[in-house]
Design a protein around this ligand. Sequence first.
Ligand SMILES: Nc1nc2c(ncn2[C@@H]2O[C@H](COP(=O)(O)OP(=O)(O)OP(=O)(O)O)[C@@H](O)[C@H]2O)c(=O)[nH]1
Ligand SMILES: C[S@@+](CC[C@H](N)C(=O)[O-])C[C@H]1O[C@@H](n2cnc3c(N)ncnc32)[C@H](O)[C@@H]1O
Ligand code: SF4
Ligand code: SF4
Length: 356
Amino acid sequence: MGTHLGMPSVAGRSATTGLLDTHGRQATDMRLSLTDKCNLRCTYCMPAEGLNWLQKDAVLSRKEIVRLVRIGVDDLGIRELRLTGGEPLVRADLLDIIRDIRANHPELPISMTTNALGLDRRAVQLKEAGLTRINVSMDSLHPETFAQLTRRPFLDRVLKGIEAAAAAGLGLVKINAVLMRGINDHEAPDLVEWAVARGFELRFIEQMPLDADHGWTKEGMVTAAEMRALVETRFVLTPDPRNRDGAPAERWEVRSKEAPDVVLGTVGIIASVTEPFCADCRRTRVTAEGKIMSCLFSREETDLRDLLRSEAGDDAVAQRWRDAMWLKPRAHGMDHTGLGAADFVQPDRSMSAIGG
Ligand SMILES: Nc1nc2c(ncn2[C@@H]2O[C@H](COP(=O)(O)OP(=O)(O)OP(=O)(O)O)[C@@H](O)[C@H]2O)c(=O)[nH]1
Ligand SMILES: C[S@@+](CC[C@H](N)C(=O)[O-])C[C@H]1O[C@@H](n2cnc3c(N)ncnc32)[C@H](O)[C@@H]1O
Ligand code: SF4
Ligand code: SF4
C-alpha cells in the first residue's frame, strides 16, 4: 500500500479539497468513457449481439467533456486522464476532444485504451492533437483465437494499429491481454516474446466478473500465479525494482533462461481478483452519459450530466463529484475485497458500459 492522506473528516472537506474518500484515498486519475459503443464483441466484456447503445444526446458532448475535465484538473486535483469506452476510436469528434483538452491543460498526461481498429489511419493525428500515450488490448497473436475471443476476424488490423501507434510516438505502448483458460493462456510466453522484441510493455489481466453474459467464475479464471508460471516456462521473471506508485500492474523484469544477465523488457500482471490493489486506488470514473462511478464495481452512480445541462456553476458540479467520491467503497464495490465472494454482486453494467 502506498502513501495515503490521513482519514479526512467531513468537516475537513473544504471547497478546495480534491476527490477524497472515507478510506483515506485521493483520486487523481480520471477515467473517462467517450462512448459505450464498440466494434468488437470480446466474450469477457460484451454479448454477441451487442448492447442497446445510448442515444446520441444521452452521451456527453465534446463541450461537456472538456468542461468536466477542466473542473477535474483545475478544482479537484486530477493529474492524469485516460480516455476509454466502449471503443474511443469510434467517436467521430475524438480528435477535437483531445485538442480542446490539450489546449486547456498543456502538461496533463492524456492516454487512451483502445482495441486499435482504425488506429493505423489516425495515430499521427492523435499524437498531433495532444494524446500522450496509448494502451492496446490484444489477447492473441493467432487470427482464429483472436476471432474466437473478440467474435471478429480483425487481428491484422489491430497489429497495423499497434505498429502505427509506435511509429507515431504514442509510446510507451502497453498491450493488454486478458488470459482465458483453454483459449489463449498457452500463448503467454509467445505474447511476451513478441512484446519485448518490439519494446512494448505487455500486461496480462485477470478476468473480472464484468461480462454482460455473466459467465465469469472464480474457478474458471486464470490467476496471476498461473500467469507467472506460464511465462516462466520460457523466461525468468524477477520483480521490477521501480515503485508501483498506485498502478494496477505489478511489473516483472523479463530475462531469457540462456542469458539471465540481460533484461529483455518488462511484463505486468494486473491481478484485480487474486491480488487486489484497491487500498491504493486513485481512480475516479465518468461513464459516457456523465455518471460518476467511484469504483469499477460501484452499485451507486452519481449523475453529473443533469448539472452540466442546467445553469449550475462549476462549483456545484465539483461538489457533487466530491460527494460521490467521498462514499467510494473500500474495495470491489464493497467494504472488503472479494470478487466472486458470497456477498459480491456483479454490477448491472458490463465493462464496456462502465468504461474499462
Ligand atoms: N480492479 C480494477 N481493475 C482495473 C481498473 N481500471 C482498469 N482495470 C484493469 O486494468 C486493465 C488495464 O487498464 P488500462 O486502461 O490499460 O489502464 P492502466 O493499467 O491503469 O494504464 P497505465 O497507467 O497505462 O499503466 C483493464 O483492462 C482492467 O482489466 C480499476 O479501476 N480497478
Ligand atoms: C472495456 S475496454 C475499453 C477500451 C477498448 N475498447 C479496449 O478494449 O481497449 C478496456 C479494458 O478492459 C478490459 N476488460 C474488459 N472486460 C474485462 C473483464 N471482464 N475483466 C478484465 N478486463 C476486462 C479489456 O481487456 C481492455 O483492456
Ligand atoms: S474489451 Fe474493449 S474492444 Fe472488447 S468488447 Fe469490450 S469495449 Fe470492445
Ligand atoms: S475495484 Fe474499485 S477500489 Fe478496487 S482498484 Fe478497482 S476501482 Fe479501485
